[in-house]
Design a protein around this ligand. Structure first.
Ligand code: SAM
Length: 256
């Protein structure tokens, strides 16, 4: 069975595994289905004050994580020849898997917004490295030198990359073989059907009556075709209402 290894560079190593030590990800971590290698960026500071940050050229508020410190921290994980070895390899999805190279990601509000397709791509890799930013971010040269892909978890600003990292790793680990009891559920979840453009339909369980509210009759009919038609209709309704962006893509596919 393929295992997944996550390397995480952070100023706050004590917050890992955090949530990832619980539930599905935690059980999988205990079983060794995946492993977590947490690296303290501060261990790679070299001045007497253990400084990891400095003021930005050109002014502006806040501090930046220094590229030399981050570079040493990353080299300790990927090796000093990482850049020359990756030279010429298009550092994306499938190619990374075929070439056995690993990819490095940096969490940033200006990155590509995380979605289930990117989660699937990362879950197919054997190893990936994640850099958690802090302060105002990192020196751009660090990202350019290592050809690092930036990932955002949404259009809002957090204080650090540690929560985004746990969000991403939880979503990746639950796709690994054996982590979730029934893998077929991945295809039935939100973003799993219609090329990822439909949200999930509503679910109901016992009791059949609660606060005067019942369960849609069709779900108790035992009629599989009617049930799946109802589920599709509900998935379409909720997607149209909550995610017009997905709905428009879904309608285009539907017509083609
Ligand atoms: N100055 C940055 C900007 O305007 O884009 C924001 C820096 S933020 C205060 C500090 C760190 O938190 C970032 O370097 C990043 O690692 C992380 N972070 C904040 N919001 C994030 C988001 N929406 N997605 C991913 N990472 C985020």
């Amino acid at each position: 069975m393929k295992k997944f290894r996550a390397n995480v560079l952070t100023l706050f190593p004590e917050v890992f595994p955090g949530y990832l030590g619980h539930s599905n990800a935690g059980k999988a971590l205990d079983r060794g289905d995946w492993s977590l290698n947490v690296v303290n960026i501060r261990d790679f500071a070299q001045d007497k004050h253990n400084r990891v940050d400095d003021t930005p050229f050109g002014g502006g508020a806040g501090m930046l994580l220094k590229c030399d410190v981050l570079g040493r921290a990353l080299d300790s994980v990927v090796g000093e020849d990482f850049v020359s070895q990756n030279n010429g390899v298009e550092n994306k999805g499938e190619e990374v898997i075929q070439s056995g190279k690993q990819k490095v990601y940096y969490f940033s509000p200006r990155g590509k917004v995380l979605n289930q397709r990117l989660v699937e791509d990362i879950s197919k890799q054997e190893e990936a490295t994640f850099v958690c930013g802090h302060y105002e971010g990192v020196d751009q040269r660090f990202l350019d030198y290592y050809d690092i892909e930036e990932i955002s978890i949404g259009d809002y600003v957090l204080s650090g990359g540690e929560l985004p990292c746990q969000v991403l790793l939880d979503s990746v680990v639950r796709l690994l073989d054996g982590v979730i009891d029934s893998p077929v559920s991945h295809q039935e979840e939100s973003f799993g059907i219609a090329d990822g453009n439909l949200l999930e339909y509503p679910h109901y369980t016992r009791p059949v009556e609660w606060k005067g509210m019942g369960v849609p009759e069709v779900l108790r009919s035992g009629h599989h075709k009617k049930i799946s038609d109802w589920q599709l209709e509900e998935a379409e309704k909720i997607t149209k209402k909550n995610r017009p962006d997905l709905w428009n893509k879904y309608k285009k596919i539907d017509k083609s």
